[in-house]
Design a protein around this ligand. Structure first.
Ligand SMILES: NC(=O)c1ccc[n+]([C@@H]2O[C@H](COP(=O)([O-])OP(=O)(O)OC[C@H]3O[C@@H](n4cnc5c(N)ncnc54)[C@H](O)[C@@H]3O)[C@@H](O)[C@H]2O)c1
Length: 349
């Protein structure tokens, strides 16, 4: 069972439809997890959306629903953001560019730092150049809380010095610097949204981020123990994807110039992995399944939580969807997918 789009849209701040309807926008990485949800919301609000995605980590299925619903308002360009011709086609006549395309895997960035840098840093520059040449007003960049690295201070505030600890974090932080410098030098407005552990329907179970949620849900649905690395007392700021979508839309319609500012997009709540496992088990009715503990993973950050005061002040962001509500919706979606898969397996046998 998929989460109906109107449900996601009803969670959006009021008044957005008037400002978004009829607006031409481009979403890079719009076939991905967060990008797909953003495209759904934009289409529901009446925008004219061009998606550019090379499908290196997504399937066109993710935007098929939006294309079916509004074939005259959704255009899909299957190409890399590194392809200047494709990029200029994608941003032609647009007001806002939502830049989400990236290679999101930290381990992959360690294995192949050059590719990570080219897509995540150089790619961001290409997006800025194309947006600037097309006369777009604003680029809204999906940045990452990985920029904070292992800084132990909590909550994470934008005034803290970044300490990127992986090539991925370094390149995403590089993207933020590019956003700021383009706003300063070329007159195009920009903002960087630093996401904390985004989760929701359609997130791949092997995602590098909030993988713990799809992983636990999948294990419980298969009557298997979820595996927790370490004591399970490490904490994270799990943020439902509808909050990230709302942040993007609010950033797009903000009246004041945003001048390359960096703002945290989180829920502002610390949840331990043990608590998360219990919450999921309670929703699924699998509390009888015991948790399995494994040795702590090297280099794991112990605690992370955002301060979202700046995002509130700058774009009026509020983390409207709580972990409880978002988790219930997400689990409903995974359970529906699981049931569909089980039905197709039994039909085939
Ligand atoms: N999911 C999170 O918790 C999280 C946290 C911090 C930051 N982010 C950032 O948010 C953005 C979206 O993340 P996501 O979780 O939806 O990941 P995702 O992998 O689902 O989405 C990224 C999309 O970009 C596309 N892509 C990759 N390289 C491309 C290229 N060269 N040209 C065109 N398209 C390309 C992929 O095919 C994919 O559809 C990324 O920029 C990521 O760094 C995500």
């Amino acid at each position: 069972m998929s989460v109906p789009t109107h449900q996601a849209v009803s969670l959006l701040p009021t008044g957005l439809a008037e400002q978004i309807a009829g607006r031409r926008v481009c979403v890079t990485g719009g076939a991905g997890f967060i990008g797909g949800h953003l495209v759904d919301a934009l289409v529901s609000l009446g925008a004219l959306v061009t998606v550019i995605d090379d499908l290196s980590n997504a399937s066109a299925r993710n935007i098929a629903q939006a294309m079916d619903r509004a074939p005259d308002r959704v255009r899909f360009i299957q190409a890399s953001i590194l392809d200047p011709d494709a990029m200029s086609r994608a941003v032609e006549g647009v007001q806002s560019v939502f830049h989400l395309a990236a290679l999101g895997s930290v381990p992959m960035s360690i294995e192949d730092p050059a590719r990570n840098w080219v897509v995540n840093a150089t790619g961001s520059m290409r997006v800025l150049q194309a947006a600037q040449n097309a006369g777009a007003q604003r680029v809204i960049y999906s940045a990452s809380s990985s920029a904070y690295g292992n800084n132990p201070d909590l909550p994470k505030c934008e005034s803290m010095a970044p300490e990127p600890e992986s090539p991925y974090a370094a390149a995403k932080y590089g993207g933020e610097s590019l956003m700021r410098s383009w706003a300063a030098c070329y007159g195009i407005d920009t903002i960087s949204l630093r996401y904390f552990n985004i989760f929701g329907s359609r997130q791949a179970a092997d995602s590098a981020y909030a993988a713990v949620i799809p992983a636990f849900v999948t294990r419980y649905l298969n009557a298997q123990s979820p595996i927790i690395y370490g004591s399970g007392e490490q904490t994270r700021d799990f943020t439902h994807v509808s909050n990230a979508v709302a942040a993007n839309l609010l950033a797009a319609v903000a009246d004041e110039p945003l001048r390359g500012q960096v703002v945290n997009i989180g829920a502002g709540v610390r949840t331990s992995i043990n608590t998360l496992a219990t919450m999921i088990a309670e929703i699924l009715g699998t509390t009888d399944i015991k948790i399995q503990y494994a040795p702590e993973r090297v280099g794991e950050v112990l605690h992370s939580v955002s301060c979202v005061d700046l995002a509130k002040a700058v774009i009026g962001y509020e983390p409207a969807t709580t972990l409880e509500t978002g988790l219930a919706q997400t689990i409903e979606w995974y359970a529906g997918e699981y049931a569909k898969h089980a039905a197709s397996q039994s039909e085939a046998s």
